[in-house]
Ligand binder design. Structure first.
Ligand SMILES: Nc1ncnc2c1ncn2[C@@H]1O[C@H](COP(=O)(O)OP(=O)(O)O)[C@@H](O)[C@H]1O
Ligand SMILES: [Mg+2]
Length: 242
């Protein structure tokens, strides 16, 4: 499948149209950003690690009945995906309290959240991704109540599948963010990526961070080692392409 026109260049990925109107090519770049894109560095092969990890996770989700954008990974850093009309909501699921949750609310770092928290933030860097609620989402015309309920259900289903998937690799899924979009028939499908950029992942034994939080904390020299560790643990040897 050939790239045609660049339709969206975000902070870490570039999206291209293809010969097929229903498919896009998503190139995962080596950029790493924090603070709504205010700090940016280039990390060697980061795009490929995130693309391969995302592809693996999308395949696992598909096997468990969650529809995703994933079609193929023709190159380690290039994903062929279903073209979606993205919903500007970051759906966040939290199994353990940390990060912005403990900064904004009186809850101790590391508190187990049962049931998990589902949070929706407005995906808009210029507004610093403010938290939404159902009435705000409807007032902004972003989604209907039925769609909000679908997003919540899907995010929780993804959580159940991925908590177990990561646990099998000795990793705690602390929290994560997903983005959904609509296909041409209006079906809500999981898009974007699920990677150490968009998840908080802790080693089950040591509780060491294995995700982008290291970069947020300025530990730039440890970031890629963590991403490679996640890759090595979840990608079987016969599926390794990097
Ligand atoms: N399947 C898809 N079809 C169309 N656009 C997509 C798809 N998956 C992700 N996108 C969009 O691609 C853009 C680029 O990704 P990214 O670099 O992560 O951007 P951002 O900086 O906005 O988070 C994002 O706007 C994202 O919503
Ligand atoms: Mg993004």
């Amino acid at each position: 499948m050939n790239k045609k026109e660049l339709i969206n260049s975000g902070k870490v990925k570039s999206v291209f149209t293809t010969d097929d109107d229903d498919k896009v090519i998503i190139e995962f770049r080596d950029d790493m950003t924090a603070g709504d894109g205010e700090r940016k560095e280039v990390m060697n092969k980061k795009g490929a690690y995130n693309a391969v990890i995302s592809a693996k996770i999308f395949k696992v989700l598909e096997e468990n009945g969650v529809e995703t954008q994933f079609i193929d990974l023709p190159e380690p850093d290039v994903m062929l995906a279903r073209k979606l009309d993205m919903i500007p909501i970051e759906v966040i699921v939290r199994n353990i309290a940390t990060g912005s949750l403990i900064r904004k609310y009186p809850i101790a770092d590391g508190t187990r959240l049962e049931p998990p928290i589902v949070q929706m933030d407005f995906k808009a860097d210029e507004y610093h991704d403010p938290m939404l609620n159902d009435s705000i989402i409807k007032a902004l015309g972003i989604a209907t109540q039925e769609e909000i309920d679908t997003l919540t259900e899907k995010a929780l289903k993804i959580n159940e599948v991925l908590k177990e998937f990561f646990a099998d690799a000795g990793i705690i899924l602390v929290d994560y963010k997903v983005e959904f979009g609509k296909d041409k028939d209006g079906n809500i499908i999981l898009g974007d990526e699920i990677s150490p950029d968009s998840c908080r992942l802790w080693d089950s034994e040591t509780l060491d961070m294995l995700d982008k939080e290291l970069f947020r904390k300025g530990k730039d020299d440890e970031v890629m080692e963590a991403y490679v560790e996640v890759y090595n643990r979840i990608i079987p040897d016969d599926e390794k392409v990097i």
